[in-house]
Design a protein around this ligand. Structure first.
Ligand SMILES: Cc1cc2nc3c(=O)[nH]c(=O)nc-3n(C[C@H](O)[C@H](O)[C@H](O)COP(=O)(O)OP(=O)(O)OC[C@H]3O[C@@H](n4cnc5c(N)ncnc54)[C@H](O)[C@@H]3O)c2cc1C
Length: 499
């Protein structure tokens, strides 16, 4: 009863990786602030951040071909790959800080070293991959990248993929050993354990249903206690909407002008998981291929070794799909109820522009298991249907907004921090590159929403993230140091790799 009305300095909505990260940054910067978290589910990291709901790739642009494009003159543009790699280094530094200071325990419970590879077939793709390798391997961020077209070398790297392959087919791959597999579910839960130990009030089974401004500029949240069925009111000076797919509806409820003319389009993911330990044992890498023509960038096929619950598994996918739900545990009405008078034309324009994407998604939903096996056999030529099961992954809600470059109703594939002009509320929309870049994205929230504190926080931020405010590419000595420290603290050295 006493909890029916509370006041906090900060309220975080949602117990996923984003709220965990923002909570941890704030706890280290201002330990005295009262932070309250509301999560509608019974525990942390159950939606997109859960290990079975995402691919667990530590996205550092080491293998994802969609982060590098071919320019008109035939050269390869690696600027986006550089940006994503720098963002991942920021995450690694913060995780290292948390481990070094014993705020997170065993790093191998959430991060494992794993080679990242790109694999292509056909002359044209091979020539692209070679140019990409030449551009990337010359850059210190991608040091150690190897390239091969030699079937013998490829057999050493990826035996499962190379066995029974047509010897006349042109195949090439790049490999870099500094890649990672990240169990974002475990990391989220570990971060929430740490927040709890620092007296953050975490209220599970509490759904935020509405919010409004109070006369003193704070936010009053209407929260339903799902266990008791009662409605509570909680206020805070700052609110972060980290509801994953649920963020758009909450942003709309806030009524801030910055959230208008924005919509969301859900894309679901399905993986195939291998249940034959003999097959699992033959693969040790994340191998990313090329997206099919017409496919959205998040459905680039990849064959991944995963480390979940101290066990090695093998996942292939994701197959895209369509469901009108914005969260895996969401409602069939999520898409329709997100259409408001202020975003109606934006949504209609997006619908008209993306007919081919909608068609692609519907075709993907209708794929039979045998059809999915055919796609898998492009990676593992002799894959057997009885060795593989389907698992439904998380929902990604892509942002739709009006942009200068794309016009009305443009579908965005990145993440977007939307904040009120006075910095009292911020929401995170979109899901790519996602959890890997959580720390940079939450630093963006701090910069946008706490400009009055950021200068005084800078020394502490630098202590936690040595490259804070700097480009690692422009500072090779710092890059070396950061790589070495992260690898040692997070135990990513190659000799610790499981065989
Ligand atoms: C198929 C797939 C593959 C992916 N692969 C990768 C990958 O390989 N690497 C990578 O870095 N990222 C990947 N991502 C993206 C990554 O999973 C997400 O970006 C990240 O997990 C989002 O974290 P979040 O905290 O914003 O959301 P979530 O983890 O979804 O958490 C949001 C939480 O908010 C709660 N919530 C929602 N609404 C309310 C409400 N009204 N009241 C209270 N609580 C609420 C939800 O229950 C949920 O627990 C992938 C995503 C998908 C779907």
């Amino acid at each position: 009863m006493g909890d029916k009305q509370t006041k906090s300095d900060v309220i975080l909505i949602g117990a996923g990786i984003m709220s965990a990260t923002l909570g941890a940054l704030l706890k280290e910067l201002v330990p005295g602030w009262k932070i309250t978290v509301f999560e509608k589910l019974p525990s942390a990291g159950e939606e997109s951040s859960n290990e079975w709901n995402n691919a667990g790739t530590g996205h550092a642009a080491l293998c994802e071909l969609n982060y590098t494009s071919e320019k008109k003159d035939g050269s390869v543009d690696i600027s986006k790959a550089i940006q994503i790699n720098e963002q991942f280094q920021v995450s690694m530094q913060f995780w290292s800080y948390l481990v070094h200071n014993k705020l997170l325990r065993n790093p191998q419970d959430f991060i494992m070293p794993l080679p990242h590879m790109s694999l292509v077939q056909g002359e044209k793709n091979v020539s692209f991959l070679k140019k990409r390798y030449e551009a990337m391997s010359a850059n210190p961020l991608f040091k150690g990248m190897e390239y091969s077209e030699d079937p013998k070398k490829l057999m050493e790297w990826i035996p499962l993929i190379m066995q029974n392959r047509d010897a006349n087919e042109a195949v090439a791959a790049t490999k870099i050993d500094s890649g990672t597999d990240v169990n974002f579910g475990a990391l989220t839960r570990m971060m929430f354990d740490y927040l709890k130990s620092k007296n953050v009030d975490i209220k599970y089974k509490h759904s935020v249903n509405n919010m409004k401004r109070t006369s003193d500029g704070a936010w009053d949240l209407k929260v339903r206690n799902e266990a008791s069925g009662t409605v509570e009111h909680h206020t805070a000076k700052f609110v972060f909407i980290g509801g994953g797919g649920g963020s758009l509806h909450l942003l709309q409820k806030s009524g801030i002008p910055e959230g208008k003319q924005m919509g969301g389009f859900p894309v679901s993911g399905i993986f195939m998981v291998c249940k034959n330990p003999e097959v699992v044992a033959q693969h040790h890498a994340k191998v990313y291929g090329k997206a099919k023509v017409g496919a959205p960038p998040m459905s680039v096929p990849h064959l991944d070794t995963r480390f979940i619950d101290n066990k090695k598994s093998l996942l292939f996918g994701p197959f895209a799909g369509f469901s009108p739900k914005f969260l895996k545990t969401g409602s069939m009405f999520d898409l329709i109820t997100s259409v408001k008078p202020n975003n109606l034309f934006t949504m209609l324009a997006a619908g008209a522009k993306n007919m081919s994407l909608t068609k692609y998604l519907i075709e993907q939903v209708l794929l039979s298991k045998e059809k999915r096996m055919e796609e898998l056999r492009e990676f593992i030529p002799n894959a057997k249907i009885e060795d593989w099961d389907l698992v439904v992954a998380g929902q990604r809600v892509q942002v739709i907004k009006d942009t200068v470059a794309g016009g009305k109703g443009t579908l965005q594939f990145g993440t977007e921090v939307v904040s009120a002009a006075d910095g009292s509320i911020a929401a995170l929309l979109g899901a790519s590159p996602g959890a890997s870049t959580a720390v940079s994205v939450m630093l963006e929230v701090l910069n946008k929403c706490f400009p009055q504190h950021i200068k005084e926080w800078e020394p502490k931020l630098k202590g936690m993230i040595p490259s804070y405010g700097e480009s690692l590419l422009g500072n090779p000595a710092l890059l070396e140091e950061v790589h070495a420290t992260s690898a040692q603290t997070l135990r990513l050295n190659r000799e610790l790799q499981p065989v």
